[in-house]
Design a protein around this ligand. Structure first.
Ligand code: C2E
Ligand code: CA
Ligand code: CA
Ligand code: CA
Length: 279
């Protein structure tokens, strides 16, 4: 994806698509600097598949631009990465989260995960730890657990400093997940050396679940690897009952998808996060 965006930005500047990308890119950089109100965060719940109970939330960025409308993070995150502005983007994510999350647990369900997406190349940025610290403190303060999701495509390129940083996050109680697992290049030999706790199976494998027996074999294989390495597994993009049933049968731990819940604002989600048994 990053490669494709790069091609569009730098190589196709004289096509209509290229000019659109160029304008979008300029607009993003302007908005990052001067229009923080255009950024917001939505939350998609994750569930324990065995019990159906809520397990946590994934925070997803949204950018609403007056001219371009609602731009997908799949489009603007690669631009921010290539233009060297991913730090600012994560800054807006943190700011939005701190505005949403309460200061104390109140009647919130205890022990939920709150996952954020971090670009692999950002992991070694020396400013990252200070940027995330107040967020992790707040998450801890409400009795929840912070989790970071890193996309697998780049994992083969993780340098020693990067692995050290992930290990350090782990020591601080941050759960580290490999996002879009199965789409990248991480070899099995390499996987057991990574300081990660969770594999998040990419939607493309979940989509085909239930259609053919061959497709459930891929998911079973991932669950087998995870079991051997004592990793937790999350399935993303569950849209149909059949997929949910199959995943529960295969003993996949957590799941998220439109079948259960779409990403929503903190405000509209609040009721689902309240502990009903607490007075
Ligand atoms: P991702 O991390 O793989 O996130 C899952 C994407 O799938 C989200 O799209 C989510 O809305 C969507 N999704 C969830 N359930 C379903 C489903 O059942 N069916 C279908 N078709 N889609 C589903 P979204 O929000 O557009 O985000 C796209 C990507 O942008 C994310 O993919 C993530 O890689 C990136 N991204 C989003 N927010 C951030 C951020 O704050 N920082 C960084 N670095 N990347 C982000
Ligand atoms: Ca993710
Ligand atoms: Ca994913
Ligand atoms: Ca993705």
């Amino acid at each position: 994806l990053a490669g494709r965006a790069c091609y569009r930005i730098y190589c196709a500047a004289d096509t209509e698509q290229g000019r659109y990308q160029q304008r979008l890119s300029e607009a993003l950089i302007a908005s990052l600097k001067t229009a923080p109100e255009e950024f917001r965060v939505v939350y998609q719940p994750q569930y324990h598949l065995a019990s159906g109970q809520i397990a946590g939330l994934e925070a997803l960025l949204r950018w609403d631009h007056p001219e371009f409308g609602s731009v997908s993070p799949s489009d603007f995150v690669p631009i921010a990465e290539h233009r060297g502005h991913i730090h600012e983007l994560t800054g807006h994510l943190v700011r939005c989260l701190l505005a949403d999350l309460p200061q104390s647990p109140g009647r919130l369900l205890p022990g939920l995960r709150l996952a954020i997406n971090i670009s692999a190349r950002q992991i070694t940025d020396s400013r990252l730890e200070a940027l995330l610290k107040p967020l992790f403190q707040r998450i801890g303060g409400i009795g929840w657990l912070p989790e970071i999701e890193i996309t697998e495509t780049h994992l083969m390129h993780l340098s020693v400093p990067c692995l050290d940083r992930l290990r350090e996050f782990g020591r601080q109680g941050v759960i580290v997940a490999i996002d879009d697992f199965g789409t990248g290049y991480s070899s099995l030999a390499y996987l057991h050396t990574l300081p990660v706790h969770v594999l998040k199976i990419d939607r493309q494998f979940i989509q085909r679940l239930g259609e053919k027996s061959r497709d459930s074999r891929i998911v079973s294989a991932i669950l087998g690897i995870a079991d051997a390495l004592e990793l937790e597994v999350v399935a993303e993009g569950i849209e149909h009952e059949e997929q949910y049933r199959k995943l529960r049968e295969l003993k996949c731990h957590r799941g998220q998808g439109y079948l259960m819940a779409r990403p929503a604002s903190w405000h509209s989600l609040n009721g689902a996060l309240i502990d009903q048994h607490q007075e």
